[in-house]
Design a protein around this ligand. Structure first.
Ligand SMILES: NC(=O)C1=CN([C@@H]2O[C@H](COP(=O)(O)OP(=O)(O)OC[C@H]3O[C@@H](n4cnc5c(N)ncnc54)[C@H](OP(=O)(O)O)[C@@H]3O)[C@@H](O)[C@H]2O)C=CC1
Ligand SMILES: O=C1O[C@H](COP(=O)(O)O)[C@@H](O)[C@H](O)[C@H]1O
Length: 491
């Protein structure tokens, strides 16, 4: 692995402390960092070196999956980190940063391999990229990479504009757009499950699959992020990026090689085959919801409009359900149902593949075979089959189940940062994916904006508005594996 410098913009922020330093520390102790490297954390605030190191130490002790075994291990990691003050809009600060980067490169004998991680507000993405270029930070004898957080644009036009600006400073292959769902081990496993199992490969098409259901439900609400969330809604916050990535990873054909370009090609084919939605048809295929007061985890909770920072007349969607069609010969006629929302019944990200019953009724009515992939908060793969009970010879539903050991599962940020350091962009969003995803979503944004689809309230603690069930009933299906509300209240 190449020796390198990791420059972290937003190094004093929430994401840096909760995810990025802990990820770097875990990679360090698992010997997945280069043999020599330097980390430079940046923030706008004045900070003494000792205070900065103390804050990184705190972040590791609080959030890291593996805790330091001893002080020596922790100090060895902290010793690789320096702090530099930088205001994104001030060109002089980049000269100072260049000086710090070079000093560390010389002191540690590092080549000019520089990874710039933008963990700052999206308002700064283009300004920082431009300043990296103009300051000379991006002119290196080695490689340079730009890792960029979400959101990537607010709509199709702004995403294109942002991409145009970034391309003035970085080539597409140097840009690593983070979608943290692509860091989740079970999402990365989707392609492998199909490719490595001839049984699933044979069944992965419209001859055997009846429908696919992709759910990302959360019990949390808008929390302290109303300023951002109220301008985004579930459609931008979750659907355009994470949910469409899950769809791509599920519906893509097996790549010929496990290489970024090949995987991307297959994913893009899915988006290209996605049946476009006209603004006038949005209300037939989409359900737009917002939570009202209710009960979540046995607690009474407020409605979205009563949350701090949310305008009392907000029409922001906190829930979206959609029916999508992939017009590819393999998927013709198979509806993909997607839903995501806040203040729902449980925290669960899962994919359920329901297989067709194909008309065999020798044993009367049996449950459909299901392949269930739990992504978050638990990782498991379960195959629901029918089998005779050896005791009474009655048909019953059985599960073939694999559940991973939770403690050993690396955080998605560990996997993503490891990939970025190695230069593997397989699990980052390519511009073509981002653009096609915005293109599909654009009419939905417009329909929401123009209010031509009604905003339906749902009680917090429920799985969205009733219409989200009707969407499936229209095709003869129902959302599978939802827990009955009563069970949750008792639990
Ligand atoms: N937090 C999270 O869980 C997630 C965050 N993200 C994304 O990550 C990014 C960072 O989010 P988060 O860490 O929560 O944000 P925070 O508000 O916690 O941190 C923002 C960081 O940006 C720095 N900053 C602010 N203004 C400037 C400026 N003018 N010039 C230079 N640096 C500046 C701050 O420095 P200082 O405080 O010293 O002023 C701080 O380090 C965003 O793009 C967000 O969308 C994505 C997924 C989840
Ligand atoms: O990107 C985001 O994701 C989280 C949900 O992520 P998960 O890993 O817990 O499933 C969501 O809460 C947040 O609003 C959104 O910005």
């Amino acid at each position: 692995m190449d020796k390198m410098t990791f420059v972290l913009f937003g190094g004093t922020g929430d994401l840096a402390n909760r995810k990025i330093y802990p990820a770097l520390f875990n990679l360090f102790i698992e010997q997945k960092m280069p043999s020599s490297f330097s980390i430079i954390g940046l923030g706008r605030r004045e900070m003494k070196a000792s205070d900065f190191q103390a804050s990184v130490e705190k972040s590791i002790l609080t959030f890291s999956r593996n805790k330091p075994k001893n002080k020596f291990e922790l100090d060895a990691f902290l010793n690789t980190i320096r702090y530099s003050k930088l205001d994104a809009a001030n060109p002089e600060d980049y000269q100072q940063l260049l000086k710090v980067v070079k000093e560390r490169e010389e002191a540690l004998g590092l080549p000019e391999n520089r990874l710039f991680y933008l963990s700052v507000s999206p308002a700064f993405f283009d300004i920082i990229a431009m300043n990296i270029k103009e300051s000379g930070l991006g002119t290196t004898n080695g490689w340079k990479r730009l890792v960029i957080e979400k959101p990537f644009g607010h709509d199709l036009q702004s995403a294109r504009e942002l991409n145009r600006k970034l391309s003035n400073a970085f080539q597409e292959e140097e840009i690593y757009r983070i979608d943290h769902y692509l860091g989740k081990p079970m999402v990365r496993n989707l392609e492998a499950l199909e490719s490595a199992n001839p049984v699933l490969q044979a069944l992965w098409n419209n001859q055997y699959i009846a429908n696919v259901q992709i759910t990302a439900s959360e019990t949390v609400g808008v929390e302290k992020r109303a300023g951002y969330y109220d301008t985004a809604g579930a459609i931008r916050d979750m659907f355009q990026n994470h949910m469409l990535q899950l769809l791509m990873m599920t519906a893509m054909q097996t790549p010929k090689k496990l290489e970024a370009e090949e995987i991307r090609k297959q994913k893009i084919k899915v988006l290209e085959a996605l049946r476009p939605l006209r603004k006038e048809d949005v209300s037939k295929q989409i359900v737009r919801g917002q939570y009202a007061a209710g009960v979540v985890d046995n607690q009474l909770v407020k409605g979205y409009k009563e949350e701090p920072g949310v305008p009392a007349d907000s029409k922001t969607d906190t829930f979206i359900a959609a029916r999508l069609w992939v017009d590819h010969p393999d998927w013709q006629g198979v509806p993909f149902f997607i839903r995501t929302g806040k203040k729902m019944q449980e925290k669960s990200t899962r994919i359920v593949v329901e297989f067709k019953n194909n008309g065999n009724d020798l044993y009367g009515s049996t449950d459909p075979n299901l392949l269930v992939i739990e992504i978050n908060p638990n990782e498991s793969v379960t195959f629901h089959l029918n089998s005779k009970n050896p005791v009474n010879s009655k048909m019953e539903s059985i599960n073939l189940d694999y559940t991973s050991n939770q403690e050993d599962v690396p955080d998605g940020y560990e996997l993503l940062i490891y990939d970025a350091i190695r230069g593997d962009s397989s699990f980052f969003a390519h511009w073509n994916e981002v653009e096609l995803a915005w293109k599909w979503v654009q009419p939905v944004l417009e329909a929401f904006e123009e209010d031509i689809i009604s905003l339906e309230l749902y009680e917090a603690g429920k799985n969205g508005p009733e219409s989200a069930y009707r969407l499936l009933e229209e095709n003869g299906f129902t959302w599978l594996l939802d827990k009955p509300t009563k069970e949750l209240v008792e639990a």
